[in-house]
Design a protein around this ligand. Structure first.
Ligand code: KG4
Ligand code: ZN
Length: 326
């Protein structure tokens, strides 16, 4: 089995995945949402301290199976450096004590492989990756050949939900709560969809965030309905922006199969609207199960199996932490 470790942001997670049939044998995640909620975002130093206790706690549960571990897959990029270090240090210690190799895994590749947990990979694939740190359209041809077709110029899609939630005093993370509020609201605020006139294929959320800030300030004292309406108007513009950029890409490149991955890929309105867009362009839409959209070690383990087959082993001193790499 592959033992995988994910600690790139605020989720501490371990998984055991069978190499032969890709089946997930064990998976556990301890999230830190409550601890970060009052700050309106992740506090890196706090995240690192919480990983330092959560990861060994989960490890205890799988100690009877450690003798069956053939390699350790660990997220080494991108993410918060102090959070990444916690998982990577654990991987190094386990690698040395168990005498097994380490497989450094790119977190974004992990999100793509969330589609293939428990099954063989199906590539090539077009991918929309929407998370708290990234908004990208990717052309994923193989494990090693993944091209970025579009990316964000500033904030990410998920981050814009988090910031809207923060402005409305709704805590962190904001994605799910904004989606719930949006269901109860009307699109009465006319937020403009970013980059409508631009020919470039890219994402930008800082302008929309600013529009939300100005609207919230203008309202002053807000009613509950105002909050619902802001959420509905914001979500509509944020998703419309995604759809417009995907449409531009679809006009240039035909994907027989297309997928939406990443934490913000749990947004049901986005899933539904991407389904309609894919149908219009003759693409089959793939979605990972909701439980594997947000950060988890199962997806790192699944990517780890491909890395294992490709012998992408690293010695402990060779593993680099790259907080910013794509
Ligand atoms: O992939 P992920 O767990 O972490 C990163 O790699 O960043 O994504 C977390 C992000 C957060 O910004 C969160 O607010 C957003 O995904 N998110 C959502 C929803 N659920 C989570 N955004 C929009 N709608 C949702 N339902
Ligand atoms: Zn992620």
């Amino acid at each position: 089995m592959i033992l995988s470790i994910e600690s790139s942001c605020d989720d501490s997670s371990l998984a055991l995945t069978k190499i032969d049939d890709y089946k997930l044998f064990f998976h556990k995640k301890i999230s830190q949402e409550i601890e970060h909620s009052s700050y309106g975002g992740v506090v890196p130093e706090l995240a690192a301290r919480l990983h330092a206790t959560a990861l060994p706690k989960i490890l205890e549960e799988i100690s009877p199976y450690l003798k069956e571990v053939k390699a350790i897959a660990v997220t080494n990029e991108p993410g918060l450096s102090v959070s990444l270090i916690e998982g990577v240090m654990m991987a190094k210690a386990l690698g040395l004590s168990l005498g097994v190799p380490i497989l450094p895994i790119n977190h974004l590749k992990g999100h793509i492989y969330s589609l293939f947990i428990g099954k063989p990979q199906r590539l090539p694939l077009g991918v929309l990756l929407v998370s708290g740190g990234h908004t990208q359209i990717l052309d994923a041809k193989s494990y090693d050949d993944i091209k970025i077709l579009a990316t964000t110029l500033d904030d990410s899609f998920g981050e814009s939900f988090d910031k809207t939630a923060k402005m409305l005093g709704l805590g962190y993370p904001g994605g799910a709560i904004i989606e719930e509020y949006a269901k109860l609201g009307e699109e009465r605020f006319n937020f403009t969809v970013p980059m409508q006139k631009s020919k470039n294929i890219a994402f930008s959320y800082s302008g929309l965030k600013n529009q939300v800030r100005v609207a919230v300030q203008k309202l002053g004292e807000k009613t509950q309905q105002d909050m619902y309406d802001i959420a509905a108007s914001f979500q509509a513009a944020a998703i419309s922006h995604i759809l417009k950029q995907c449409e531009k890409v679809f006009k240039q490149t035909h994907f027989k199969e297309f997928a939406v991955v990443g934490g913000a890929g749990a947004n049901q309105t986005l899933r539904d609207k991407m389904g309609i867009l894919c149908e219009k362009f003759g693409s089959k839409l793939y979605l990972p199960p909701l439980e594997f959209c947000s950060d988890n070690a199962a997806m790192i383990g699944r990517a780890g199996i491909e890395a294992y087959k490709l012998k992408r082993f690293a010695l402990p001193h060779e593993i680099k932490i790259n907080p910013k790499v794509r």
